[in-house]
Write a protein that binds this ligand. Structure first.
Ligand code: BES
Ligand code: MN
Ligand code: ZN
Length: 493
């Protein structure tokens, strides 16, 4: 894995393969940023001649000037400067990400991007770590260059250690979530996912409890068992908890962990089923966020609940029309076995709320409808508590994970009425993402502060890499959850 360090002098970090500089997009052409002039870098004229404008996403290589022990200078676009002449954290993260991707195969580079503050150092470090990510465990051809070995951030900010630490922890845990999402469903089952959580939990001192199918049955987790009963790979409910002696607030994070969603008996057609290894992205994000909270020592209790199952059709699978008895006793008519996420989440939400946390947030690749509505770059945030919803949308935007508030319109609830059970798992088609949110709401006790994040769109990136986002699992929601935990900790401690 790429190592990220800081340095206050270019001379001391030489020799390197490359020195990375930032280039702003000015009205008349590219503007190399002043902080980069620890050496005689390329002129605006030269960069313009090479076709650079300074737009975000650009990367132009030029030979390093004589006198410094670097082979090349990599100029990356920062986009237009803000009103105050600076570049926001997301611009820095993306520029560092582009640099890290472009430098795959190199041993060491210095990032001489504008990083004068601790926040800027953190942004550059995180963008670099996330941009350097590569998922190559299944490649045998050796065609992929290894990620850049070391990125050294040039900064005169004297106290960058905490910023570097935060970026490193979040970057490593987010990349672990990406690995889980990218792992194909023939190699990631509920049991092996739970084993990974156990191992990582032991490494960082988290408490991990795993309910296997026998324990789930004993306690009546009918939703998780119902979804998992068609698969030869039995379901699991994992609890992973971070505690802190000074914690005065607690938050429960609940993740949808369908290691493969075939749709079950309501089988998905070709074109929809081959992308469904990603359906555990919510559980991966929760796992990463709790682990990061522990490694950062946040003074708040953070408990993750991973509802893990494989949704498969078979002779033992749940059928459309079956009625499941959920954890806590309520009954659900399964109208569509492909609306499985809300079934596993319902069990986990009831269980999580039993511990009376101050807030509950669930994260799920829940509906195609949310993808239709918001596209592939934003996730939807629903909550009966307007202030809590806005707070999450706000935290998400600031961490570079854009989100949008979505409503829970009461009139859509009656579509979920069932003639035989307390509720059905499928309602009106129109507004399907909101209907799913209304279903979940039924399993959150009144008075519990709760929000639902539908990450079906941004959980997985299918196109060419951009900024620090590779193709494949993105790890979306990890940064939002960590930020939320930090904010709730600050509010009370
Ligand atoms: N996992 C899917 C939602 C999904 C679709 C996630 C595309 C990521 C990309 C979910 O389990 C599902 O199948 N939802 C159904 C619900 C419907 C049957 C009520 C949907 O959205 O069509
Ligand atoms: Mn489904
Ligand atoms: Zn699903």
């Amino acid at each position: 894995m790429t190592e990220v360090t800081v340095t206050d002098s270019l001379a001391e970090s030489l020799p390197v393969d490359a020195v990375v500089i930032g280039v702003a997009q000015g009205p008349k052409g590219p503007i190399p940023t002043p902080d980069a002039t620890a050496f005689e870098g390329p002129s605006a004229e030269l960069l313009g001649t090479l076709g650079m404008t300074g737009a975000a996403g650009e990367a132009v290589k030029v030979p390093a000037p004589t006198g410094i022990e670097a082979r090349l200078v990599l100029a990356v676009g920062l986009g237009e400067a803000d009103a105050d002449g600076g570049h926001d954290a997301e611009a820095l993260r993306r520029a560092a990400g582009v640099a890290a991707r472009t430098l795959a195969g190199a041993t060491k580079a210095v990032l001489a991007l504008p990083a004068a503050t601790a926040d800027a150092v953190e942004a550059v470090a995180l963008g670099g770590l996330l941009g350097a990510y590569a998922f190559t465990v299944y490649r045998t051809t050796g065609e992929d260059k290894p990620p850049v070995g070391e990125l050294s951030i040039l900064t005169r900010h004297g106290d960058a250690a905490a910023a570097l630490r935060r970026a490193t922890v979040i970057g490593q845990e987010l990349n672990r979530a990406r690995d889980l999402i990218n792992t194909p469903a023939n190699d990631l089952h509920p049991e092996s996912f739970a084993a990974t959580v156990r191992a990582v939990g032991a490494e960082f001192g988290l408490a991990v409890d795993v309910l296997d199918e026998t324990a789930l049955d004993e306690h009546g987790f009918g939703g998780i068992l119902g979804v998992g009963q068609g698969s030869v790979n039995p379901p699991r409910l994992v609890r992973i908890a971070h505690t802190h002696p000074r914690a005065r607030t607690s938050i429960a994070l609940v993740g949808k962990g369908i290691t493969y969603d075939s749709g079950g008996i309501s089988l998905k057609p070709v074109g929809f089923n081959e992308i469904m290894k990603r359906d555990m992205s919510g559980a991966a994000a929760v796992f990463a966020a709790v682990t990061a909270a522990a490694r950062l020592g946040l003074p708040i209790e953070v408990t993750g609940w991973l509802a893990l199952a494989e949704n498969m059709p078979s002779g033992s699978a749940v059928r459309p029309g079956d009625v499941l008895r959920m954890y806590g006793g309520r009954t659900v008519e399964v109208r569509n076995t492909d609306a499985e996420g809300r079934l596993v989440l319902a069990d986990a939400l009831v269980r999580a709320a039993e511990e009376r946390p101050d807030a509950v947030v669930d994260v799920a690749t829940l509906t195609g409808a949310m993808r239709m509505g918001l596209g592939n770059r934003l996730f939807g945030v629903m909550s009966p508590d307007d202030a809590f919803r806005e707070r999450i949308v706000d935290a998400a935007g600031r961490t570079g994970e854009p989100a949008w508030p979505m409503p829970l319109p009461a009139q859509l609830r009656e579509g979920l009425d069932s003639p035989v059970a307390d509720i059905a798992n499928q309602g009106e088609r129109m507004g399907g993402g909101l209907v799913a949110g209304l279903f979940l709401k039924e399993f959150v006790p009144a008075g519990t502060r709760w929000a639902h994040l539908d990450i079906a769109g941004p959980a997985f990136h299918e196109g060419a890499p951009y900024g620090y986002t590779p193709q494949g699992g993105t790890g979306t929601a990890v940064r939002t959850l960590v930020r939320l935990a930090e904010e709730l900790a600050d509010a009370r401690s």
